[in-house]
Design a protein around this ligand. Structure first.
Ligand code: PEP
Ligand code: MN
Length: 366
């Protein structure tokens, strides 16, 4: 095995052929769960391997000329039946495959004006209100984005509120307002899907699709996002492990969409003085083990505006691909998340220091 091809992907085949048992064993006798990415030879008709996929519970992943098959975590060796179709294969020791840094170097995702990831040294500073509330409010927000030379406005229109009695977002009306400012100011929009009932609209409308902390496990949303090539930003479930988080990304990647960004936004711990706990250790783990760009959201993590500037600078200094910061023209009267949003003046002051940090670290903000 180990044939070369013209593709940009090279898998290392770590095991020889064989399909005897499903687990390898360490010297201490512990089971090691394995999974595999198989790169198919060019020209293999996906229909011809359908029965094999079914037997193995494996997933076919469209990937340009070099299509892939990803097997579940019980498969250690390349099944003999796959041999004639296989170009290369790689074995993994857990259920993080397409997102693994062992599979692929850090991915890059194009966000319009710039590409993040790989070694581009670009940092997307994405700002805007929690929710789109009115024409006037979202125009002021878009003006700020434009005035600072930034490119991406955030604002939710389908809000996943904890209470059914809280403001739920303007839904389609909000998307229309966002459309207005997008064309007037020539900026990009990231907006979230709350559930699968409106995911088609959000995919069609947005430049970047946001999947919120409560929607991270929504497979209706994840699977639909796998069928587009628009960038998808997945926020970590506030009660989710890193493994669950990355596996949510695997749903999108295995659907055929390589443009996935992870967003750490704080997890629930025993601490109650801050809204959540920003897991920067988890981000260090992601940077080491996962090939997806990472964005940090300090606003939802601390839940209080006073802490956002310090946290944003700490995140910037960590060298991540982006920041997501809630900024509102009149935070005190915001219809959602009023306590954590910076007003425009506060953000302008923070932005000066982010630019200084960016200059010092060789990072380009856009
Ligand atoms: C948001 O970005 O406004 C939001 C709802 O975030 P999260 O899903 O992280 O709570
Ligand atoms: Mn919010």
């Amino acid at each position: 095995m180990h044939q070369q091809s013209g593709s940009d992907q090279t898998l290392s085949s770590l095991h020889c052929y064989g399909y005897k048992d499903h687990f390898s064993h360490t010297e201490s006798g512990h089971k090691v769960v394995s999974a595999m990415i198989i790169r198919l030879k060019q020209g293999v008709d996906p229909n011809s391997i359908n029965p094999l996929l079914g037997a193995l519970h494996a997933v076919f992943v469209p990937n340009g000329v070099a299509n892939l098959v990803v097997t579940p975590s019980s498969v250690r060796d390349l099944p003999e039946e796959f041999e004639p179709f296989t170009d290369q294969y790689q074995v993994f020791d857990n259920d993080i495959q397409l997102a693994s840094s062992l599979y692929k170097e850090r991915r890059e995702v194009e966000l319009g004006p710039a590409v993040i990831g790989r070694d581009h040294q670009n940092t997307a500073v994405i700002i805007g209100p929690c929710s789109v509330e009115s024409r006037e409010q979202i125009r002021k927000s878009a003006e700020l984005v434009k005035d600072l030379g930034l490119s991406i406005l955030r604002a939710g229109s389908y809000k996943p509120r904890t209470s059914p009695y809280s403001f739920q977002g303007l839904a389609e009306e909000g998307l229309k307002l966002l459309e207005e400012v997008r064309s007037e100011f020539g900026i990009r929009i990231i907006t979230e899907a709350r559930d699968a009932t409106h995911i088609d609209e959000v995919i069609a409308f947005s430049d970047i699709i946001q999947i919120g902390t409560k929607a991270m496990y929504d497979q209706g949303i994840l699977r639909k996002c796998g069928k587009t090539t628009k960038p998808v930003l997945i926020k970590r479930g506030f009660g989710s492990t890193l493994q669950d988080f990355v596996q949510a990304a695997e749903f999108v990647l295995s659907g055929g969409n390589p443009n996935v960004i992870l967003c750490e936004r704080g997890i629930r711990t025993f601490e109650t003085r801050t809204r959540f706990t920003l897991d920067l250790c988890g981000v260090a783990w992601l940077k080491e083990h996962v090939n997806l760009p990472v964005v940090l959201d300090p606003s939802h993590a601390i839940g209080m505006a006073y802490g956002v500037p310090d946290l944003a600078r700490a995140c910037m200094a960590m060298g991540v691909e982006g920041l997501l910061i809630e900024v509102h023209p009149d935070p005190a009267n915001a219809k959602s998340d009023p306590a954590q949003q910076l007003n425009h003046q506060q953000f302008r002051e923070l932005f000066v220091t982010l630019q200084e940090l960016g200059n010092a670290l060789g990072l380009r903000i856009f």
